[in-house]
Write a protein of this length. Structure first.
Length: 254
């Protein structure tokens, strides 16, 4: 229930509802004043959500909680015993008329690319591709494997987890494989704090390898021009908030 309530507060549904309520009031003689207030409030809220300055302020701390995993640093010696690179799913569409890499959304594609990059950098780790079918009959893991093999990853170095539907599922299903050993966890920067919390609370020891940043330091403080990309960032913030709330409720009830 709380999850759906938070989703109803996404910028576009929220602003649309307020503006439409204002328009309806404007068509009645009794509530025209309230209508002007609501329509103005909805428009100002939409402007607020559309400005990069505010969306970057909201999403930036989430994305930059974990820094880039730099394999050339001295501190990376702790990765000597890493045997697995885990790439978490982000969804795809089942469309045979477009290339396999185009069936991923942005998050799914950059996660896979980062996983393959780290695979080549380390040279000895297995690539664990995770993700069940979701709304498609094919799985995220299988599609990632197709693209990974086309990028040169050896089939013997690919391990698939095809059943999970959520991040918690992924962690539970991968625990027998990963146990308490060190591994690299690849997911979107916005998703990384929640993913790290789930994996570590289940007793696993991941190195965070965030990717797919939407907030870059070079433009983080810019007011910028209102646009849809800022609304997308707010939706990411709301989605992660809702998913985190849902996870904590699940933990308390189980």
């Amino acid at each position: 229930m709380i999850e759906y309530l938070l989703y109803s507060l996404l910028p576009v549904p929220l602003c649309t509802a307020i503006i439409m309520a204002g328009v309806i009031c404007l068509w009645t003689s009794r509530f025209r004043k309230q209508g002007r207030v609501l329509a103005t409030l909805g428009a100002l809220l939409l402007l607020f959500f559309s400005l990069p300055f505010f969306s970057n302020m909201a999403l930036g701390p989430i994305e930059h909680r974990y820094g880039q995993l730099k394999l050339d640093e001295v501190s990376i010696r702790g990765l000597n015993d890493v045997g697995f690179i885990v790439v978490l799913a982000a969804g795809h569409v089942q469309d045979p008329d477009i290339p396999p890499e185009s069936r991923f959304n942005y998050a799914g594609l950059v996660r896979l690319v980062e996983g393959v990059r780290l695979y080549y950098k380390l040279g000895k780790a297995k690539l664990v591709l995770s993700g069940g079918p979701g709304i498609c009959s094919s799985t995220d893991a299988d599609l990632m494997a197709v693209v990974a093999r086309e990028l040169g990853v050896k089939s013997d170095d690919i391990i698939l987890e095809r059943e999970s539907l959520t991040t918690l599922d992924e962690a539970r299903l991968l625990k027998p494989l990963l146990k308490n050993g060190r591994f690299i966890l690849v997911t979107s920067a916005s998703h990384m704090p929640r993913a790290m919390k789930i994996f570590t609370q289940l007793g696993m020891n991941p190195f965070a390898a965030p990717t797919g940043y939407l907030v870059k330091h070079c433009c983080k403080a810019s007011m910028g021009i209102p646009g849809g990309s800022s609304i997308d960032k707010w939706e990411t913030v709301f989605y992660e908030t809702a998913a985190t709330v849902k996870y904590y409720i699940h933990r308390k009830l189980n």
